[in-house]
Write a protein that binds this ligand. Structure first.
Ligand code: RFL
Ligand code: PHB
Length: 390
């Protein structure tokens, strides 16, 4: 098989890239390790920046998002027993975020791809990007025990943090930066109405908690937990009790509980690899960088990368110019590092760090007190939360 761009991974980065290229008349084939249903079973992000929504608009895959997505003009920070609203709209000149699940967005992109006749190979084994240092790269894989070869002009590594693309880069050409946090998030999804119409980020002494949602009848909640916690030890009742204990009295009272339909633990990590290009192999999304979920930036960063990469590829195929491809890594990384800083900062501000001294705990509290008392500080948070420009 031959295509112009071989995309490894059918997460949001790979799917969005595939459809942006398709719209420009560029052929792309996606090779995915898992089944379509498995990809759709992962419950992840929930908050979309307007730039991400704009990309979905551009390819014509946003009809359901505009029907079912929830426009949020503010978020709340809870500490010291009180909730403080950050008015995103007022502080950013009318900007907002959209609450819409990554699962829904992925399904929309898959449906859009199927309708446009795009080829995706699911359940591909032993996927490997090859010969990307020279002029004739290809992707090799096995499907149903049979070896295949996908020849292409470029390879896009959109295969997430544990994928094969970054791992295939020559060791001496790659530099990585990492911070692993001493805790994770235990998350549940439940068909109960959200405790509040906006997200609540809670940073009380017992640990961080987040009240989020997917719709008016489906809630997504998280509590900070130890890295040694086992999911089997968290009954629904224990989860609800712990969440309630981390909320202010009014929210605790209003919390509606019910059986969970999904429950999982995710460790928190900051990670960046430099550069994001190795010859004809380009990394995008979690394949190149990870943020802790506190700032809701992971999926949105993947969309930003794909915006730069699709523009660069379109420039190459339409105009014969490689200027965008040559600038891709530096352009993407400049935005990535800013989101890394924001996610790291919000994580540091809102979580309970077991190793923090009493002095450091007071510093955390003083910064929160300052934040909610200053329009300048709140505007800085709001500007980052709604998303920095591309
Ligand atoms: P994905 O989604 O991991 O997709 C990668 C795809 O590549 C496939 N793959 C391979 N395919 C072929 N060969 C191989 N060798 C392969 N290895 C892997 C995988 O099966 C998969 O289908 O990466 P992508 O596309 O870069 O998208 C990134 C986002 O998924 C991620 O950043 C977000 O989910 C992060 N995130 C959030 N981001 C936000 O913007 N807003 C949020 O509110 C938000 N909340 C979250 C989050 C992530 C979380 N977890 C579980 C890590 C909340 C949580 C709890
Ligand atoms: C979610 O709804 O899953 C979610 C929302 C905001 C975050 C992280 C996750 O910061």
């Amino acid at each position: 098989m031959r295509t112009q761009v071989a995309i490894i991974g059918s997460g949001p980065a790979g799917l969005l890239l595939g459809q942006l290229l398709h719209k420009a008349g560029i052929d792309a084939v996606i090779v995915e390790r898992r089944s379509r249903d498995h990809v759709l079973s992962r419950i992840r992000a929930g908050v979309l920046e307007s730039g991400t929504v704009g990309l979905l608009d551009a390819i014509g895959a946003s009809a359901r998002l505009h029907e079912e997505g929830l426009r949020h003009d503010g978020v709340e920070l809870l500490f010291g027993g009180r909730r403080h609203r950050i008015d995103l709209s007022r502080l950013t000149g009318g900007r907002h975020v959209t609450v819409y699940g990554q699962t829904q967005m992925t399904r929309d992109l898959m449906d859009h791809r199927a309708a446009s006749g795009g080829v995706t190979v699911y359940e591909a084994d032993d996927v490997e990007p090859r010969d990307f240092d020279g002029g004739k790269p290809f992707v090799s894989y096995r499907k149903g025990g049979v070896a295949h070869r996908l020849d292409c002009d470029f390879i896009a590594g959109c295969d997430g943090f544990h994928g094969v693309s970054r791992a295939s880069a020559p060791e001496n050409a790659i530099k990585t930066f990492e911070r692993v946090y001493p805790f994770g998030w235990l998350g549940i999804l439940a068909d109960v109405p959200p405790v509040s119409h906006e997200l609540i980020y809670a940073g009380e002494a017992r640990g961080f908690a987040l009240c989020s949602m997917r719709s008016a009848t489906r809630s997504r909640y998280y509590v900070q937990c130890g890295l040694d916690e086992r999911i089997e030890d968290w009954s629904d009742a224990r989860f609800w009790d712990e969440l309630r204990a981390r909320l202010d009295p009014a929210s605790a009272e209003a919390l509606v509980t019910g059986p969970s339909i999904e429950k999982s633990i995710a460790p928190l990590r900051s990670f960046v690899c430099e550069p994001m290009r190795f010859g004809r192999l380009f990394l995008a999304g979690d394949a190149a960088h990870i943020v802790p979920p506190t700032g809701a930036k992971g999926l949105n960063l993947a969309a930003g990368d794909v915006h730069y990469l699709s523009q660069a590829l379109i420039e190459h195929f339409r105009e014969g110019s490689d200027a965008g491809l040559d600038a891709y890594s530096a352009r993407a990384l400049a935005r990535v590092w800013k989101a890394e800083r924001f996610s790291w900062h919000l994580t540091s501000l809102m979580h309970h760090f077991p190793e923090n001294s009493p002095f450091e705990q007071r510093m955390q509290r003083a910064e929160l007190d300052y934040l909610v008392s200053s329009d300048h500080a709140m505007a800085a948070l709001a500007e980052n939360y709604v998303g920095l420009p591309y």
